[in-house]
Design a protein around this ligand. Structure first.
Ligand code: FAD
Length: 350
């Protein structure tokens, strides 16, 4: 049995940010990660995926992301940055280590993995969402004979050349994948609600500023301006702007059902399709916490800030708004990582 004051599960951007702040507490800690190398989910991003904000607006605490030469850095640049970040702060990452379960024990929590067990006074779960892609159910989908993939499995458009491809989803993934698939295949676009395109001069940094203003207003009880622009709105990165000029986004449709050859729209018209790419998001990858009985039916954990309400030795970081404003972004995770490390330190020292 390994013993640590703190075990962090996940060495993506969130786990590394927590590690950065834990270093200052003097507590012993380790970061367990199931991947064979650094970078978290960014290792699995499709080839052309770009950040929706410039490098200096995509930095973890302590060290600004170096410029990449492109206004919006590619995912490979983020993987490099996270690799260097681990080395720069000598963060104690053990990989590949797969966490199967976390259980309660006298004096702490036990983290059960495929490389043995760790006993810790506190556990921070930072396992992200990439491992839990969401594909909505539609009538007739089981009979569809064509190819299906989620954006989490999408790599390059090559295999789709000349095919009839339906892209489902109204966020940045759908917009960026449609932009490149539409260059070599016939595409159709389906959404669940009308998408929000941001103006060309607005990118992730403006989104983050607006979201920060709203967060500050909420914290100080001032009236919150209801602006449409959330972090799910479509940022007009160059490939998306070019696709817009080709009319790729001009006619998002609503799905009624599928049949074996294609999709039937809500106006009862239908089109044949060969492939579906589901850009329908993710949910938190929390199956390792099922053993603690803290995961709710909505897939979240009840938290105060980032601390689990029903298990005071557990914290959750990086899962999006329910674990802290903009916490699922590189620039946004700092606040909740810092607060978590401070709380864990106070808890264990008390
Ligand atoms: P991850 O990066 O998923 O890291 C979690 C780590 O935990 C992984 O290494 C995983 O292998 C490991 N893990 C999970 N479960 C276990 C287990 N049971 N045992 C051991 N290890 C485990 N954010 C931005 O800031 N800017 C952007 O421009 C941006 N663009 C995005 C575009 C897309 C298409 C998507 C999907 C997301 C984007 N994001 C962006 C959000 C951000 O990339 C992700 O939310 C980010 O990867 C979250 O980091 P994380 O550390 O929380 O999780």
């Amino acid at each position: 049995m390994n013993h640590q004051d703190v075990v962090v599960i996940g060495a993506g951007q969130a786990g590394l940010a927590v590690g950065y702040f834990l270093r200052r507490t003097g507590l012993s800690f380790t970061i367990l990660d199931g991947e064979s190398g650094p970078g978290g989910a960014w290792r699995h991003a499709w080839e052309s995926l770009r950040l929706f904000s410039p490098a200096q607006w995509s930095s973890l605490p302590g060290w600004q992301m170096p410029a990449s030469g492109a206004e919006y850095p590619p995912a490979t640049h983020v993987v490099d940055y996270l690799r260097c970040y681990e080395e720069r702060y000598q963060l104690p990452v053990e990989r590949p280590v797969e966490v199967m379960a976390v259980t309660s024990a006298p004096g702490g929590l036990v983290v059960h993995t495929n490389a043995g067990d760790w006993k810790a006074g506190a556990v921070v779960s930072a396992t992200g969402t990439w491992r839990a892609p969401v594909i909505p159910d539609y009538p007739g989908l089981a009979s569809f004979k064509g190819v299906q993939m989620h954006s989490a499995q999408y790599g390059t458009p090559e295999a789709l050349r000349g095919r009839r491809v339906l892209v489902v989803g109204g966020g940045n993934s759908a917009a960026q994948i449609l932009a490149e698939v539409s260059l070599i295949a016939e595409t159709a676009w389906a959404v669940q609600e009308l998408p929000q395109f941001l103006s060309d001069d607005v990118d992730g940094r403006v989104l983050f500023q607006r979201a920060t203003e709203r967060w500050n207003a909420l914290q100080s009880g001032r009236p919150v301006e209801t602006r449409p622009a959330g972090l799910a709105s479509i940022v007009m990165v160059p490939p998306v702007r070019e696709a817009r000029s080709r009319g790729v986004y001009h006619h998002p449709r609503f799905i009624h059902h599928f049949n074996e050859d294609g999709v039937v729209w809500t106006d009862n018209s239908q089109i044949p399709i060969d492939a579906i790419i589901w850009c329908t998001g993710f949910e938190p990858a929390l199956s390792h916490l099922d053993s603690l009985g803290v995961v709710q039916s909505n897939g979240h954990v009840n938290v105060n800030g980032t601390r689990a309400r029903d298990e005071g030795r557990l914290w959750l970081v990086g899962y999006g708004e329910w674990t802290g404003f903009a916490s699922a972004t590189l620039i946004g995770v700092m606040r909740s990582a810092r607060d978590t490390a401070r709380e864990v330190g106070e808890f264990l020292k008390a």
